[in-house]
Design a protein around this ligand. Structure first.
Ligand SMILES: *[C@@H]1O[C@H](CO)[C@@H](O)[C@H](O)[C@H]1NC(C)=O
Ligand SMILES: *[C@@H]1O[C@H](CO)[C@@H](O)[C@H](O)[C@H]1NC(C)=O
Ligand SMILES: *[C@@H]1O[C@H](CO)[C@@H](O)[C@H](O)[C@H]1NC(C)=O
Ligand SMILES: *[C@@H]1O[C@H](CO)[C@@H](O)[C@H](O)[C@H]1NC(C)=O
Ligand SMILES: *[C@@H]1O[C@H](CO)[C@@H](O)[C@H](O)[C@H]1NC(C)=O
Ligand SMILES: *[C@@H]1O[C@H](CO)[C@@H](O)[C@H](O)[C@H]1NC(C)=O
Ligand SMILES: *[C@@H]1O[C@H](CO)[C@@H](O)[C@H](O)[C@H]1NC(C)=O
Ligand SMILES: *[C@@H]1O[C@H](CO)[C@@H](O)[C@H](O)[C@H]1NC(C)=O
Ligand SMILES: *[C@@H]1O[C@H](CO)[C@@H](O)[C@H](O)[C@H]1NC(C)=O
Ligand SMILES: *[C@@H]1O[C@H](CO)[C@@H](O)[C@H](O)[C@H]1NC(C)=O
Ligand SMILES: *[C@@H]1O[C@H](CO)[C@@H](O)[C@H](O)[C@H]1NC(C)=O
Length: 844
């Protein structure tokens, strides 16, 4: 058997070595199974032939990537040649465009290709990778590498074409280097108002994106700074484009609609004003001079305070067409966001509804958008909630090109401090049938352009990677990015298969790892829905601050329109035509009829469409309120299993990623209890309806902090109140910054317990805590989650900062003394909510 020394070295370095996640799923880890390796060696071609020797060509990149991948996976170093004469040897990996291939190597039927498509043929050691274009050839190379990385050396002959031409990622990076809704450090693109000098991370990002067949990046935030278009930044964007080009990725740019005024010094930004038109024409020419392959523009106009054409009583189509005309001569496109709504809506008006806004703003303009415009539509009518019906706009503008906007960054889904594997949610939307004109009208067929015969369309994913080597903050969350790209290519792929492939590439072939990651990941979405917001009520988070922890009251009585209309007796938005906002009527008739009728509305969208008493019976037979209670208890209970399951992978996953993932899953398990109790307490207090199982407000194993003997600590209220157990917490107020809370455990039977401490970890300080049992140290911890999770929580005592730590298996004798010492740091007051002494196997 041939086993190269390089491979042996790599094997010895093996699994236990640290990995920081920087290579994502492109690790090219050595094959560990000797039989499979032998197959690889037996079928390995002897040389890589790339049909383009220009260093900026994606075909050239494909050659380099193949060389690195084969070296990593099989341990063999293949030479690359760029010969243009047919090779004598059949045993090669040949990679190039169809044109180059047909010019001398063989014939491939070009009519079978869509733009960016590829042909991959593996026949007994001879590999042909032929792209419709250079980018397609690179995609084919990554497909080959994915197969061998997963130990699959079977022969194959396939042509793969994208479902849609637009497969973009959006980054919401600000020029100052911060990222809106980014949870993994600072921007890899910008710093201090301009583009960073060292674009190494951008190249690494491009490599990951190319491997999942993404073809464009918009690096700057949709809430765009006009300075993005100054000369320095045009040059910077040019440098970004230069780095992306070898990966077949184009750059696009978010625009600030008022740039002619803010940057150009004009007195107006009226899209029909000739001076404004020429300003944009000239800017666009400058951009294309530096970046001839600029993909185009992304525009957020008249949304959440952003300027736009409505400022001048022009239509949104007037605004979009302005840019469409400017980029048209260069082949550019305009992605125009449909996220236009009034965020000062009057909540007292029963028929007001933010979910109606997109159709109201766009429907009458159908047919007025030029053909290089794509309207970019969020999957639901509100905003990346845990559950929303598919956005009705998809079925309301047949003559307009459409793209679906999905979110990889988990803005409303736990911000990567909780893990949610999102593809099942995306699939539900993509597979949703709008039944337009009573014909099959799947959202995925609509955005691909098939259903309405649109010439353009596709996918935009908001990713927001940052400088952290894990890219997204949570190693497991990278499966979302992986699946996003491949679903944009082929939305019929299954969430389970994508997850399986990703895990195989990211953590290796161990079946225990594969099963564990799969079990955890596939449970996360229903779990998060269970403990955040049920029955279509939305993610019940704090919408007025960071969208992270629980705060159901924040949804209502403000202009943002994420209303629940919860009262003492009823809950839910009445979106019916007969008595509500009429939103159900925005869907084509067959679907409208389903949502209009409470009997046919699925339980999980009940409160999205209907205003009902808490005692309304679901199809499951439970009342709404009892379902809330049960789901929150079930969800938090399931979340406890995640760290437990992950623990089984100790020594099966490298230490660094094992530890970081364990930390986050443990955090999630603790915070899921904060969610559970806050939401349940809120609705229990509001409805005054008790939990049939007596759990809500009743915690047999808790000792409320306010009941301990306190020194230096005083009682405080959390805001909202329900984010503290029994509505009260304690915080150190002593001037020396020292607090002490003591209890004699006279009511605890001697035995072994898990001891949980619920506390508040705010940003702006790193308080120290020490817990002692009979004077012996039990646990010491620091309020430093902002460092460990790389995530800004809150500077207040609330549902974002509330968290808990647990020590397992503590021997306690009746009458033992438990003491907690808190030391203030900065604005962090070492606040405590409760201590729970929990018998093994229980949860409180
Ligand atoms: C080789 O790649 C360069 C850069 O992408 C491209 O301009 C050129 O057309 C390619 N040549 C062939 C023969 O495909
Ligand atoms: C690979 O290239 C090196 C350097 O050009 C050369 O010495 C070597 O013989 C080549 N190997 C094969 C197998 O062609
Ligand atoms: C390997 O790839 C072939 C061709 O795509 C496929 O039919 C087969 O199921 C794969 N084998 C495994 C073990 O995944
Ligand atoms: C940031 O940019 C400004 C100019 O816009 C410059 O004056 C300043 O020195 C820069 N800061 C750093 C730390 O380089
Ligand atoms: C805005 O435009 C509409 C339609 O073009 C027109 O009816 C209306 O009078 C205009 N309003 C103002 C304030 O110019
Ligand atoms: C689809 O649009 C193309 C032009 O873009 C046109 O040639 C074709 O007839 C249309 N097909 C249908 C079914 O409308
Ligand atoms: C990435 O984030 C982790 C916390 O998850 C932190 O420990 C680590 O230092 C960060 N690394 C970088 C390079 O930012
Ligand atoms: C109908 O709407 C009114 C508000 O206009 C509301 O108070 C009432 O509860 C609704 N009726 C039903 C049956 O939902
Ligand atoms: C979610 O809650 C429902 C209702 O209590 C329960 O049937 C389901 O098993 C729960 N799922 C998870 C993953 O927690
Ligand atoms: C309970 O609900 C009432 C309104 O019904 C409210 O005034 C009170 O503040 C709530 N109490 C808590 C602790 O949330
Ligand atoms: C909860 O607080 C109330 C006072 O607001 C107090 O009477 C009650 O004993 C507390 N319950 C527990 C379990 O500490």
């Amino acid at each position: 058997m041939r086993v190269s020394s390089l491979r042996l070295l790599a094997l010895c370095a093996g699994l236990v070595s640290a990995e920081n996640g920087i290579n994502g799923w492109l690790r090219y880890a050595p094959l560990s199974d000797d039989k499979i390796l032998q197959q690889g060696l037996d079928t390995l071609p002897s040389v890589i032939v790339t049909l383009n020797s220009t260093k900026t060509s994606p075909v050239y990149t494909a050659g380099k990537e193949l060389q690195a991948g084969i070296l990593g996976v099989i341990g063999e170093s293949l030479n690359i040649t760029h010969q243009t004469e047919p090779a004598a040897q059949s045993s090669s990996i040949l990679v190039g465009t169809a044109a180059a291939y047909n010019a001398g190597y063989g014939t491939v039927d070009i009519s079978k290709f869509a733009p960016d498509g590829f042909w991959l043929s593996i026949q007994k050691g001879s590999v042909k990778i032929v792209g419709q274009n250079e980018r397609g050839a690179l995609y084919g190379a990554f497909e080959y590498l994915s197969r061998i990385s997963r130990g699959n050396f079977s022969d194959v002959d396939l042509i793969s074409n994208p479902d849609a031409p637009i497969r973009w990622v959006n980054q919401w990076d600000n020029l100052d280097g911060s990222i809106e809704r980014g949870y993994a450090g600072r921007s890899i693109f910008f710093w201090n108002g301009t583009v960073v000098q060292d674009l190494t991370r951008v190249a690494q990002y491009a490599r990951l994106l190319a491997s999942i067949r993404i073809n464009a990046i918009v690096p700057n935030n949709v809430n765009a700074n006009a300075n993005s278009l100054n000369n320095e930044n045009i040059e910077g964007l040019g440098r970004i484009a230069d780095v992306l080009r070898p990966y077949g990725i184009q750059v696009g740019l978010s625009l600030n609609f008022a740039s002619p005024q803010l940057l150009g010094g004009l007195s107006t930004f009226d899209p029909l004003e000739p001076s404004v038109v020429s300003w944009w024409t000239e800017k666009t020419a400058l951009l294309y001079k530096r970046i001839p392959d600029l993909a185009g523009y992304l525009v957020k106009a008249n949304s959440e305070g952003q300027p736009g054409p409505l400022t001048y009583n022009r239509t949104l189509a007037d605004g979009a067409n302005l840019f469409a005309k400017a980029v048209k001569p260069y082949g550019g496109v305009v992605l125009f966001r449909a996220f236009v709504y009034d965020h000062h809506a009057d909540w007292n008006v029963w028929t007001n509804d933010r979910a109606n806004a997109a159709v109201q703003f766009f429907k009458h303009l159908d047919g007025e958008f030029l053909d290089n415009i794509v309207v970019q539509i969020k999957y639901g009518a509100i905003d990346f909630q845990i559950r929303e019906p598919a956005n009705p706009l998809f079925a309301n503008i047949p003559k307009t090109n459409k793209a679906i906007e999905l979110q990889i960054t988990q803005e409303y889904l736990g911000q990567q401090s909780h893990f949610v594997y999102i593809p099942p949610l995306w699939k539900e939307i993509l597979d949703f049938d709008m039944r337009a004109d009573s014909k099959p009208s799947l959202v995925r067929d609509i955005v691909a352009g098939r259903r309405y015969n649109n010439t353009l369309g596709g996918y935009a994913g908001v990713v927001n990677v940052g400088t952290n080597t894990s890219w997204l903050g949570h190693h497991l969350a990278m499966s979302n990015l992986y699946a996003y790209g491949l679903l944009a290519w082929d939305p019929t792929l299954s969430s389970e298969d994508l997850l399986h492939d990703w895990t195989r590439l990211t953590f290796g072939p161990d079946p225990v790892v594969l099963k564990t990651v799969s079990d955890i990941s596939l449970a996360t979405l229903p779990t998060y829905e269970n403990y955040s917001g049920n029955l279509g009520i939305q993610t019940l988070t704090d919408i007025l601050y960071t969208h992270f922890g629980p705060n159901p009251a924040s949804q209502d009585n403000n202009g943002w329109g994420q209303w629940t209309r919860a009262t003492a007796t009823h809950i839910g938005m009445d979106r019916t035509v007969k008595n509500g906002t009429g939103n159900a009527g925005q869907y084509p008739p067959e679907v409208a009829a389903i949502f209009e009728n409470i009997e046919t509305t699925p339980d999980d969208l009940l409160l999205w469409f209907h205003h009902v008493p808490y005692t309304h019976r679901l199809k499951s037979g439970k009342t709404v309120i009892q379902h809330f209670y049960d789901a929150h208890y079930e969800g938090a209970k399931t979340a406890q299993t995640f760290p437990r399951q992950w623990e089984a992978l100790r020594n099966k996953v490298d230490v660094e990623r094992f530890t970081e993932v364990l930390f986050r899953l443990t955090y999630q398990a603790g915070h899921s209890i904060v969610w559970r109790d806050s939401i349940n307490n809120f609705y229990h207090n509001l409805s005054r309806i008790d939990d049939e199982h007596g759990r809500v407000g009743n915690h047999p194993h808790r000792i409320e902090a306010e009941r301990l003997s306190l020194k230096g600590y005083s009682l405080v209220k959390a805001n909202p109140l329900e984010t503290a157990s029994n509505f009260t917490a304690v915080a150190v107020t002593a001037t020396d910054g020292l607090g002490e809370a003591v209890i004699k455990l006279d009511d605890v039977k001697s035995g072994t317990y898990d001891v949980a401490f619920a506390y508040y970890d705010v940003i702006g300080g790193r308080a120290h805590y020490g817990a002692f049992l009979n004077g012996e140290p039990l646990l010491e911890w620091i309020g430093d989650l902002e460092d460990k999770l790389g995530h800004a929580f809150s500077n207040k005592i609330d549902g974002h900062s509330a968290t808990r730590v647990t020590v397992k298996g503590v021997e306690i004798q009746k009458g033992d003394e438990l003491k907690i010492i808190g030391v203030v740091d900065g604005i962090e007051t070492a606040a405590l909510d409760y201590v729970a002494i929990i018998p093994p196997g229980e949860l409180d």
